[in-house]
Design a binder for this molecule. Structure first.
Ligand code: ATP
Ligand code: ZN
Ligand code: MG
Ligand code: MG
Length: 469
């Protein structure tokens, strides 16, 4: 990419989240991730070029030096911070504006700093040598959310060890009007390691667009479920796209039945991608990661209600879900146990305002990771313990909020593929790549907000589901 010859016509709108807007290159497998601002912010609150560059460089450092070692080298692409010509950014902003969903337009793209994060386009399987010309790679993105129930002794409300945070949060979002309906997704189903297609089915059909279900073919978005869409009709449409990948061309199956077959095939590939143990692909019986002690099912989950399963399930060690869950579990005190430690750090910073060795806002380097990994196991009253726990909590928050991209490409029979990447769900063979994205550091000063939000969600859930409480 030649930064001095940027042309907005080479880029198109790709997607956006709450914090950033992403554009993709029309030819090369690259994206630019730009910052967004709230339209209510006045111009003075915009970052200068140097501040924005620093902010983006921090994201790169955090992904590279902290999240990558925790989540696994092969899943994380940290990208690089770039400075773009300001004219290019302004033109780009005008160009993408009309493609943006209305619900996201409460924020505007940053056209002041000219800074962006340049990343590989993960919807296009770059590591795979075998793009079928007529069948471009497919890609699915999911946002799994928190996969365990807190077992911390600091938790004061019993319900927290029975119903997962996501399921409680859903109630809150539906009633506050942010979401139109409850979904049947529960992260504990996905992370249980219990091999059933249910959580995948829910994710794929994306009853809740929030948790994923975004799908691309050759980098073009082909399906993103809207809140009020007709799910069944949408699914048939999606299945039409997928049919050439999963059904032989002469197949006579049609209609809803074909959709079901095709989506099931897709789910089989997804399950292999999410549950395969990347470090020991040739082991027949993969080593297992045992889930946390205690309850592993969420009472609000449909699966929990439908099946009475014993709690003894495992995820294959080193599969992407185990990596994410392991990182999320750095939050082992729960926000309730963390709060007093946050205040200890605050007090320390007041007493020693020049203190920078705690690395509250970075730098995100090896020594930050060291603080996360070597935090004392018991509270010895020290500032080191408190800051270690705060860092661990923030790392866990990032892992609770990340997305997984699974790119799938069909392979010809005789392709000499890397064996590690090869799977065989049914007849046509597929190779896939799995990546984890959206690994920004979560702000230290959002911890008090997290604490208030936690209490609000909880009280709300108790009031709406247990009126006599
Ligand atoms: P959130 O609100 O979830 O925190 P965010 O504002 O931090 O989101 P991202 O999730 O990083 O932003 O990016 C927004 C969307 O852009 C993603 O959900 C994904 O669909 C797309 N995207 C981001 N990075 C890439 C990439 N490297 N390749 C392809 N698509 C990407
Ligand atoms: Zn749940
Ligand atoms: Mg995101
Ligand atoms: Mg994000």
């Amino acid at each position: 990419m030649e930064l001095d010859k940027m042309d907005e016509n080479d880029w198109k709108y790709h997607g956006e989240g709450n914090k950033s807007l992403v554009v993709s290159h029309v030819q090369h497998a690259r994206v630019l991730r730009l910052l967004k601002y709230s339209t209510e912010d006045d111009e003075n609150s915009h970052k200068t070029t140097e501040q924005a560059f620093r902010h983006i460089q921090n994201i790169v450092d955090y992904s590279k030096n902290v999240m990558k070692p925790l989540l696994g080298e092969k899943f994380v692409h940290n990208g690089e911070a770039v400075k773009l010509p300001i004219d290019f950014v302004r033109q780009l902003s005008l160009k993408v504006q009309r493609e943006r969903p209305e619900s996201r337009c409460d924020k505007v793209m940053d056209t002041f700093s000219g800074c962006a994060l340049c990343l590989p386009n993960l919807t296009q399987l770059s590591s795979c040598c075998c793009f079928g010309q007529h069948r471009p790679p497919l890609c699915i993105e999911i946002k799994p959310k928190c996969g365990f129930l807190p077992s911390s002794r600091h938790v004061t409300k019993e319900i927290k060890s029975k119903v997962c945070r996501f399921c409680m949060h859903q109630h809150f979002k539906v009633t506050s009007g942010k979401w139109k309906r409850l979904s049947r997704y529960c992260p504990l189903d996905l992370f249980s390691g219990y091999v059933t297609t249910h959580p995948f089915w829910v994710l794929i059909t994306a009853e809740s667009h929030f948790n994923g279900g975004l799908k691309w073919k050759g980098g073009e978005c082909i399906y993103s479920c809207k809140d009020d869409a007709d799910v069944l009709q949408d699914l048939d449409e999606l299945a039409q796209h997928l049919r050439p990948y999963f059904l032989p061309s002469g197949s006579l199956i049609n209609g809803h039945q074909a959709s079901k077959v095709v989506l099931n095939e897709l789910i089989q590939v997804l399950m292999s991608a999410l549950l395969s143990s990347w470090d020991c692909p040739r082991t027949v019986e993969p080593r297992k990661t045992h889930l946390p002690e205690g309850r592993v099912t969420c009472e609000a989950s449909i699966l929990h209600r439908d099946l009475l399963w014993n709690g003894n399930h495992c995820l294959p060690k080193d599969c992407v879900l185990a990596k994410i869950l392991g990182t999320q579990m750095h939050d082992n005190l729960d926000i309730e146990g963390l709060n007093p430690l946050f205040r200890r750090v605050e007090q320390h910073l007041q007493d020693f305002p020049k203190e920078s060795r705690l690395q509250i806002d970075g730098p995100y380097d090896e020594s930050f990771l060291e603080k996360v990994q070597n935090c004392p196991a018991e509270d010895d009253g020290s500032i080191e313990y408190a800051v270690g726990k705060v860092h661990q909590y923030r790392v866990a928050m990032t892992a609770k909020d990340c997305s997984i991209m699974i790119a799938i490409a069909p392979c010809g029979e005789d392709d000499g593929l890397d064996q590690n990447l090869e799977i065989q769900p049914a007849k046509p063979r597929f190779s896939y790549s799995v990546s984890i994205l959206d690994l920004d550091p979560k702000p230290y000063d959002s911890i008090p907000h997290q604490s208030r939000l936690d209490a609000k969600i909880l009280n709300y859930y108790l009031r709406s589901t247990q009126p006599n409480h």
